[in-house]
Design a protein around this ligand. Structure first.
Ligand code: GTP
Ligand code: SPV
Ligand code: MN
Length: 595
C-alpha cells in the first residue's frame, strides 16, 4: 500500500476487503492531476483507452457489449424487511445477499490493483456534503471518479481526523490468473452482476459491471439510493434533478429543479441557451439535487457532483452548444464512434455522415452499415468547471433557493407540453404518477411506458409510499414557501411520429411562463389534469410553429386521460397501505374532473 490510513474504520475496512478480494496491490488515491495522467497512461498502454488526436487530453473507451448501461434488474435495496424496500425495488434479505456476494468477491481482484478512492459529494468540508470511499479494481472507475466527484487528499485528511464515510465496494468481477491476458473491458456476465445497497447501514456493494451508475458509486448509489434513505430519516430531499438559474431581462433570478427520467432531457435543460432575448440560463447541476430547508424557511439545493456523465447521442451545436463547448478537452468518452482523423462521433452530432468510422464495438462502420456507430447510451465525462454557463454559485454550500419544481417524462402522446399543479398535494400527485417511455440508459427494452414516480423509480432507497409521504410532509413544513410545481412533456409527436415541439433552447418559452405564474403576471385555465396557459400567454415570438401543432401540443383529451386511469390505479394499488391517504383523494378528484 502506497500510504498509511489513520482512520480506524477505513483501515479496518481496507484490510477486510483486501483479505476477501485478494488484489495483487493496494493503491490509495490522492485525486491529483499526476495521478489522473499516470492512470490514463496505463490505460493507453494496456489498450483500454484510445487517445483522441483531435481533442486535447481526451480519451475514448469501448465497453464490453454486455455492459453498456445501468442494470435495474440486478440492482437491490436490501433492508431488514421487504416492506421497507417496497414494491418498486428488488429486495433480497441482507444476510443472504451478503453471503452470495462474499462468494463472488472471494479472490475477485486477483492479478489486479485495488484502488481506494476517498471522495466528497458536495464541496469538501461543507455541512451538507457526504464523504464516501470507493474501493474498486477498475482504473476506468478511478479516472471517472476524479471528474464526477471530489477525489482529494483533503478528503483523506478529514478521514484521518476521524470523519465518518460511506463505504462503497466495487469490483468488475474479473480476476486474472497468473499470465492471463486481460481484455479491453473486463466485467462479469449479467446474471452475476449485483448492484446492492444496504440503506440501514449506509453501505454499497457493487459487483460485475464497470459502466456508469453501476460502477461510479458516488452517483446513483450514494447520491440517490443511500442519500434518499438518509434524507428521509433526517428531513431533507435527495432527488434525480437538474438545478438551473434562470434570469429574466429585468435581472430577477429564478432557481428551478427538474426531475426527468434517465435520458429524458436533464443535461440539456440544465445547459439550455434560451432562445428568448434577454433571458439567461446558468447550470448548477444536471442529475442530482440535495435539498434542505434553510434558515429562511425555503428549500435550498446543491449539486453534490462535480462533473457531467452525459448522454452523447443527440448532442450537437444545434441542440446543446453549451455541452459541445464543455467537452472540447479533458474528456472521457465511452462507447462513442471514432473518426479516421482521431475524434469522436455519434448519431446527431452534426449533419455530415463520415464515410468511415470505427464503431463503439471497435468494428469498421460506413453509412451503409445498418447499425448505430455510437451506442445510444454512449456518454461523455467532463468536469462541471468546464461548462461555459456554470453558475458562479454552483459550489456555494448554502445552495440556491428553489422557486420551481418540474416533473416530466418522454410521452409521444396524451401529455401536453406544460401544466401546473393546483396545489402542493396535487403536485406530489403529478410526481407520484409520472410516466415515461424507457430509454437506452437502462439495459432492457426501449420505448415501454412505465410509471417512474419523481424519476426516482430506480433510485429510491426505501418504500415508494413512504417517499410520497415524505414529499407531503416536506410540503407541510415549507408552507407558503414551497416551490410551485409544474409538469412538462417535450416529446409529444404528431401522426407522422415527428416531435411537435422544437425543444432545447425553445424550452425557455415554457420556463418563462412558469416564472410569470410564480410572479402572478399571468393567469391560467383549469383543465381536468391541472392549470394550462391562457391563449397567448406562452411566448411563441419568432417561432415557426403552426397553430394546429400548438393546439395538438396543448390538448388534453379526456378519453385518453381516462384510459390512463387503470394503470394509475394499479400503480397505487401496488403500494398498498403505504400509499398516503391524500394521494388517494387526489386520484379520486382527478377521476371526478375527468367525469
Ligand atoms: P441521464 O443522464 O440519463 O439522467 O439523462 P438526462 O435526463 O440528462 O437526458 P439528456 O439531457 O442527456 O437527454 C437525453 C436525450 O434526449 C438526448 O439525446 C437529447 O438530445 C434528447 N433531448 C433532450 N432535450 C430534448 C428536447 O427538449 N426535445 C427533444 N426532442 N429531445 C431532447
Ligand atoms: C441515468 O441513468 O440516470 C444516468 C446515467 O444519469 S448513470 O450514471 O449510468 O446512472
Ligand atoms: Mn440520471
Amino acid at each position: 500500500m502506497n500510504s498509511t490510513v489513520k482512520n480506524k474504520k477505513l483501515s479496518n475496512w481496507i484490510k477486510e476487503v483486501a483479505a476477501m478480494c485478494q488484489p495483487d496491490t493496494i493503491y490509495v488515491c490522492d485525486g491529483s492531476r499526476e495521478e489522473y495522467h499516470s492512470m490514463m497512461a496505463k490505460l493507453l498502454a494496456s489498450g483500454s483507452a484510445t487517445l483522441l488526436k483531435k481533442r486535447p487530453r481526451s480519451y475514448l473507451f469501448r465497453s464490453d457489449p454486455s455492459d453498456v448501461a445501468r442494470v435495474e434488474d440486478r440492482t437491490f435495496i436490501s433492508t431488514s424487511s421487504k416492506d421497507k424496500a417496497g414494491p418498486t425495488n428488488n429486495w433480497v434479505d441482507p444476510a443472504e445477499l451478503k453471503e452470495t456476494m462474499k462468494g463472488l468477491y472471494k479472490g475477485c481482484m486477483k492479478g489486479r490493483t485495488m484502488y481506494v478512492i476517498p471522495f466528497s459529494m458536495g464541496p469538501i468540508g461543507s455541512p451538507i456534503s457526504k464523504i464516501g470511499v470507493e474501493i474498486s479494481d477498475s482504473p476506468y472507475v478511478v479516472v471517472n471518479m476524479h471528474i464526477m466527484t471530489r477525489v482529494s487528499s483533503r478528503v483523506m485528511e478529514l478521514l484521518d481526523a476521524g470523519e465518518d464515510f460511506i463505504p462503497c465496494l466495487h469490483s468488475i468481477g474479473a480476476p486474472l490468473a497468473p499470465g492471463q491476458q486481460d481484455v479491453q473491458w473486463p466485467c462479469a456476465p449479467i446474471e452475476s452482476k449485483y448492484i446492492s445497497h444496504f440503506p440501514e447501514e449506509n453501505l454499497i456493494w457493487s459487483y460485475g459491471s464497470g459502466y456508469g451508475g453501476n460502477a461510479l458509486l458516488g452517483k446513483k448509489s450514494l447520491g440517490l439510493r443511500i442519500a434518499s434513505a438518509i434524507a428521509k430519516r433526517e428531513g431533507w430531499l435527495a432527488e434525480h434533478m437538474l438545478i438551473l438559474r434562470l434570469t429574466n431581462p429585468e435581472g430577477r433570478q429564478y432557481h428551478i429543479a427538474a426531475a426527468f427520467p434517465s435520458a429524458c432531457g436533464k443535461t440539456n435543460l440544465a445547459m439550455m441557451r434560451p432562445s428568448l432575448k434577454g433571458w439567461k440560463c446558468e447550470c448548477i447541476g444536471d442529475d442530482i439535487a440535495w435539498m434542505k430547508i434553510g434558515a429562511d424557511g425555503r428549500l435550498h439545493a446543491i449539486n453534490p457532483e462535480s462533473g457531467f456523465f452525459g448522454v452523447a447521442p443527440g448532442t450537437s451545436y444545434d441542440t446543446n452548444p453549451v455541452a459541445m463547448d464543455t467537452i472540447k478537452e479533458n474528456v472521457i468518452f465511452t462507447n462513442c464512434a471514432l473518426t479516421d482523423d482521431g475524434d469522436v462521433w455519434w448519431e446527431g452530432i452534426n449533419e455530415d455522415l463520415p464515410a468511415h468510422l470505427i464503431d463503439w464495438k471497435g468494428h469498421d462502420w460506413t453509412p451503409e452499415s445498418r447499425t448505430d456507430a455510437a451506442h445510444p447510451n454512449a456518454r461523455f465525462t467532463a468536469a462541471a468547471s468546464q461548462c461555459p454557463t456554470i453558475c458562479k454559485d454552483w459550489e456555494n454550500p448554502e445552495g440556491v433557493p428553489i422557486d420551481i419544481f418540474i416533473f416530466g417524462g418522454r410521452r409521444g402522446s396524451v401529455v401536453p407540453l406544460v401544466h401546473e399543479a393546483f396545489s402542493w398535494e396535487h403536485g406530489v400527485f403529478l410526481g407520484a404518477t409520472a410516466a415515461s417511455e424507457t430509454t437506452s440508459a437502462i439495459i432492457g427494452a426501449v420505448g415501454n411506458l412505465r410509471r417512474d414516480p419523481f424519476a426516482m423509480k430506480p433510485f429510491c432507497g426505501y418504500n415508494m409510499g413512504d417517499y410520497f409521504q415524505h414529499w407531503l410532509t416536506m410540503g407541510e413544513r415549507l408552507g407558503n414557501k414551497a416551490p410551485r410545481i409544474f409538469y412538462v412533456n417535450w416529446f409529444r409527436k404528431d401522426q407522422d411520429g415527428k416531435f411537435l415541439w422544437p425543444g432545447f433552447s425553445d424550452n425557455s418559452r415554457v420556463l418563462k411562463w412558469m416564472c410569470e405564474r410564480v410572479d402572478a403576471r399571468v393567469g391560467a385555465q383549469k383543465s381536468p389534469i391541472g392549470l394550462l396557459p391562457l391563449e397567448g400567454d406562452l411566448d411563441l415570438s419568432g417561432l415557426a410553429i403552426s397553430p394546429e401543432d400548438m393546439k395538438e401540443l396543448m390538448s388534453v383529451n379526456t378519453a385518453e386521460w381516462k384510459a390512463e386511469l387503470p394503470d394509475i390505479d394499479a400503480h397505487f394499488a401496488s403500494l398498498e397501505n403505504r400509499l398516503p391517504e391524500s394521494l388517494k383523494i387526489q386520484l379520486r378528484d382527478l377521476k371526478k374532473r375527468l367525469g
